[in-house]
Ligand binder design. Sequence first.
Ligand SMILES: NC(=O)c1ccc[n+]([C@@H]2O[C@H](COP(=O)([O-])OP(=O)(O)OC[C@H]3O[C@@H](n4cnc5c(N)ncnc54)[C@H](OP(=O)(O)O)[C@@H]3O)[C@@H](O)[C@H]2O)c1
Length: 293
Amino acid sequence: MTGDIIDGKRVADEIRGELQARLERLRARGVNPGLTAILVGDNPGSQLYVKMKGRACEEMGMAHQTITMPKDTPQDVLLREVASLNRDPKVHGILVQQPLPPQIAVEAAVTAVDPRKDVDCFHPDNVGRVLIGTPRFAPATPAGVVELLVRSGNDPAGKDVVIAGRSNIVGKPLAALLMQKAPKANATVTVVHSATRDLAAHTRRADILVAAMGAPQTIRADMVQDGVVVIDVATNRIPDATKKSGYRTVGDVDFDAVKEKAKAITPVPGGVGPMTIAMLLVNTVRAAELALE
Ligand SMILES: NC(=O)c1ccc[n+]([C@@H]2O[C@H](COP(=O)([O-])OP(=O)(O)OC[C@H]3O[C@@H](n4cnc5c(N)ncnc54)[C@H](OP(=O)(O)O)[C@@H]3O)[C@@H](O)[C@H]2O)c1
């Protein structure tokens, strides 16, 4: 069996297309959704992500701005900036790009954002709502994983889903989404991590395997069962002398070998990445709708 390749770019385009009607309704009421990203420091990865998010807003005709702050910005200066954006009615979505420099506590930055503008869905109020099944926003990357599954014909309901990784950004909120007694969920969820005794014993049982470890090509073909559906969230850079940049991007899964056993699998890049951005746009539109309620 050679698995279907789940095209994240195509699904992301579909989701963006579906947003148009909501955007038109907002514009008819004089509102154009706007996203503000705050970038502290000069991390090249973060610069690229913020640029991609801004470009995605532009493509939809949505407003966006990036506020760049030096890497030695004191925490209280960042928090004052966030507070001023919280008060600005033209700003519907606010995101503080991570990672943050060490003098800024992630928790302080995350809780400073007005929960109604928290389009990353990182504020404890929004995380809690996801957990109890009454979400205000969907966490972008996990929601992207769910949409990829459902729209590729692999609804997680009743399936054994194994999530490798338990971060606050991917693993934990994805587990919270998939375990709900709700549409696009209702899965039996196992979360594995670096203290898991026998990773392969768990991954081999998975009907759906989501890899979000940041451990390049760790999931080999002998660690999955025939017919598995694989979503590879990770983006790992590994050295590659044949590339001009000197590196290439790979996931946590040995794609070429695992796709021979899989029913369906996402590529890296071109799988989850475009979905994260599409779901951020959905959340920004949602934030603009909330502001009118
Ligand atoms: N495509 C996208 O839009 C997108 C979005 C977010 C993240 N990502 C990518 O997804 C990956 C994960 O990101 P993250 O922020 O969730 O990372 P993270 O905060 O570093 O968390 C990694 C998780 O994986 C576990 N882990 C690491 N190595 C492992 C191993 N060998 N065996 C079992 N578990 C292992 C860790 O366990 P412990 O908890 O025990 O340390 C941790 O729970 C990264 O490659 C990141 O670039 C992509």
